[in-house]
Design a protein around this ligand. Sequence first.
Ligand SMILES: [Zn+2]
Ligand SMILES: [Zn+2]
Length: 279
Amino acid sequence: MGGWASRIRGTGLLLDILFGEQPTCALCSSPAARRDRLCEPCQAGLPLAVGARCGKCSAPIRLRGEVEGGAAGDAPTAPLCRGCQETQHYFAAASAVAVYEGAARTMVADLKYRARLELALPMARLMAAECARVGFAHRCDVAVPVPMHRAKLALRGYNQAEVLCTEVARALWMPQLPDVLTRSELQESQTLHDRAGRRANALRAYSCVRPKAVAGRSVLVVDDVLTSGATADGCARALLRAGAREVCVITFAVSVADARDWIDRSRLRSNGVESIIKQ
Ligand SMILES: [Zn+2]
Ligand SMILES: [Zn+2]
C-alpha cells in the first residue's frame, strides 16, 4: 500500500514549491494552477452533477414536478429517483461530484484500470468539497473505503476506493479506517444477470471485521462510482450491523441507474459547465 501513497504524495504541492516544478493537469498534462486541480478546460469539461438530483442517492433526475409518482412540486423534501422509490437503501445519504459519463467516466476508468493514480488527488479534492457542501464533512466521524476482494487487490495492486479515501480523509481532517470492512467473496457470475441477484450478492459480500472501531459513529463510505447503490448498501448494512450510527456515501461519479430518470442533458450543461466556461 505504501507505493501508491508515496507516489501521490510525491506529486504534491510541497514538491512543486521545493523544486519549482510546474504543476500539470492530471488528466491532460497541460499546465495547471496546482497539482491537485485539473486545468481549467478539463475542469469545465466535467459533467458536474448539478441541477435536480435524487434526495437519497443524488442521481440526476428530471426537474421537480416532472418526476412521475414522486414528490409533489411544492414538497419540502427532494424527490426520489425511481431506484430509490423502489429500493430501501441502508445508507442515510449519498452524494457525488459528477455524472458518470464523458470525462468523469474516463477518469474513473483511468484510475481503476490504468493505474493513473495521479488522478486521485484532483478527484478527491472535488469529493471533499462536495462533502463540505452537503454536510458530510461535519456529520461523519470516520472515512471507510469500499474494500476490494483480496484476489482482485493482488491482481491490481491497489484499491482505487482506498486511494481516493486516503485523500478525501486527509482533505477533511477525518480519520480513515481502511481495514474495518472486508469483501468476503467474489461475485458469482451466474448471479450477475439480473439486478436483484447482483444486489443480493453485494449485500452478502461485505462484512465488518472491527465493529468497535465504528460502533456509535457516523461513517463516510468512499468509492469511485455509485451505480445501483448495491455496493454502498452492502457496506452500509455491514457497518450498521456492527453498530455504526449511520452511513453516508461519497463517490466521484453517480450514474443514472434508470433511464426514466434521465434529466435533459442540455439543461444539465447550461446549469453548470457552461457557466464555468464563461467565468
Ligand atoms: Zn487538463
Ligand atoms: Zn436515488
